[in-house]
Design a protein around this ligand. Structure first.
Ligand code: AKG
Ligand code: FE2
Length: 502
């Protein structure tokens, strides 16, 4: 009867009216003020509406429905079940009191429902990307056989907003490589057929400061830098223990809880320590199956507080050794170029260090993607530490050649800026990383650049390498070079030709 309504309020108003009068009198005598007059028919209409709409919304599981029902309970219960107007001996008291407490229980249940809804939405702040994977796979077809419409920008944006990188995808149970990570067939072609007739040179640095050995080492470095642009170094002076700790620390950074790592996620290259997935995610055509943490040292040490605590000491210790090694290589490279030992140091072309520590998660479909697209490094020189899984390949005489992991070894490779200042004498050679079913693979690339404090210092071909006054490249500075390199993204083409003189 309470749900029937007529213009005077119907039977509901007849039951409700007297009780409401008593209730308003109570309230008036308590607060000592006149309560504004409310038409009983309006009140009944309001409570029926609240109950009706609230009930329907609640069935569909919305919090708004629960709030409306709460409001209904707050108005109707104390007025309708007015046990407090009866003596506790009277039978109405018991009946009304039972009804009142039942409604209070309902009130509590509604509060509980709202609380649960809020806590669920707080625990799931981000979209689970995995829900999308079957839509985004190019092999996926609509029911009518057509390809689903693909919105790459949206997919990439949603992925970026998870702030958890490729590892986040893997952890959420993705079993297919999402489309934005799939590379075109021509860049995947012959992924698995590495050429085994060539071998990347391995150079033993033992005795580099003894004249006799030094001559030999300098010769090997010259040959490797002119033909391969790559060589592996052994007995380079960085202890195995330091290397082992470094690999373990990178693993620990990437494998710590998402919530901690997400705090450091950033696309702002001015942020000196940051976690990111594909520096060129927003400009590249195909993303790489890897996450990275970057440390931009800029001509000096970083504030220890800016390191994530899981990897602070191992990274600092590794870099201390790499600074020493840079001095050694800088002298050897200068000599290999036929310049005085301190030449490269004097022109400050390797003064800044930028360390990027990569994590390549295991991949369910490694034949569809890459750990790193074919690229050459923009640096003057890169020193790379890789774990024992393999996957790094260098392009040599038109063939992809594996750079096999060797215990305790470090890889050195000539970067674009070195090729530019040596007028093509030393080569900045293209390399890539295959994705693997076994993982994670871990690596740390330390890029040595010209001084960051002299970002606009011009660099062009050194005069000793310019015969008949024919430089191949125009002058540039590290700021310009990097801006161009980044704007292009890793698209498989070198940035160097852009700086060629006509
Ligand atoms: O992870 C690797 O082995 C190579 C990484 C690389 O080429 C780079 O960071 O430029
Ligand atoms: Fe590289």
């Amino acid at each position: 009867e309470f749900n029937e309504y007529e213009s005077d309020g119907g039977p509901a108003a007849k039951a409700f009216g007297p009780k409401f009068d008593v209730f308003t009198k109570h309230v008036q005598s308590h607060i000592g003020k006149q309560v504004p007059e409310i038409k009983i028919a309006h009140l009944v209409a309001a409570t029926i509406t609240l109950k009706g709409i609230g009930g329907i919304l609640f069935i569909f599981g919305t919090s708004l429905g629960a709030y409306l029902l709460l409001l209904h309970q707050m108005i109707a219960t104390p007025i309708l079940y007015d046990f407090y107007n009866y003596d506790n001996e009277e039978k109405e008291f018991t009946q009304l009191f039972i009804k009142f407490t039942q409604n209070m229980a309902l009130f509590g249940a509604l509060l509980f429902f709202i609380g649960m809804k809020n806590s669920i939405s707080r625990r799931q702040p981000k979209k689970k990307f995995s829900k999308l994977d079957h839509h985004t796979h190019p092999a996926a077809k609509m029911e009518d056989g057509s390809q689903p419409k693909y919105d790459r920008v949206k997919e990439v944006k949603e992925f970026d907003e998870t702030r958890t990188g490729v590892k986040g995808l893997v952890d959420s149970g993705v079993t297919k490589v999402p489309r934005f990570l799939i590379h075109p067939p021509h860049s995947l072609l012959s992924s698995t057929t590495a050429n085994t007739q060539f071998q990347v040179p391995v150079i033993d640095f033992d005795g580099f400061d003894h004249d006799f050995r030094r001559v030999q080492i300098v010769k090997e470095i010259r040959e490797a830098s002119e033909t391969w642009g790559f060589f592996q170094m052994i007995n380079h002076g960085v202890p195995d223990r330091v290397i082992g700790n470094m690999i373990e620390a990178i693993r620990q950074f990437h494998e710590q809880p998402e919530e901690v790592k997400m705090e450091l996620y950033s696309r702002d290259s001015k942020q000196r320590v940051r976690f990111y997935c594909n520096g060129d995610l927003l400009v590249s055509k195909a993303a790489n199956w890897r996450d990275s943490i970057g440390f931009d040292f800029q001509d000096g040490p970083l504030d220890p507080e800016s390191f994530p605590s899981v990897c602070r000491e191992p990274v600092q210790e590794y870099m201390k050794h790499l600074i020493n090694l840079r001095e050694v290589i800088s002298g050897l490279l200068s000599e290999a170029l036929g310049l005085s030992t301190d030449h490269l140091e004097r022109i400050e072309c390797m003064k800044t260090e930028n360390l990027v520590c990569h994590y390549y998660p295991s991949c369910p479909e490694p034949e569809l993607t890459l750990g790193a697209t074919k690229h050459s490094d923009p640096s003057s020189l890169t020193v790379l530490l890789q774990d024992n899984l393999g996957g790094l390949q260098v392009l040599h005489q038109g063939h992809w050649v594996d750079v096999p992991p060797a215990h305790g070894a470090l890889v050195a490779n000539i970067g674009d800026l070195m090729q530019l200042i040596t007028n093509d004498k030393f080569k900045s050679v293209e390399h890539r990383v295959l994705a693997g079913r076994v993982g994670p693979r871990i690596s740390a690339a330390c890029f040595f650049y010209p001084s960051a404090t002299h970002r606009f210092k011009p660099y062009g071909p050194i005069k000793e390498f310019v015969s008949d006054n024919l430089p191949i490249y125009r002058e540039t500075h590290v700021g310009e070079y990097l801006a161009y390199y980044r704007s292009k993204g890793l698209d498989g083409n070198s940035a160097l030709p852009h700086f060629k003189l006509a």
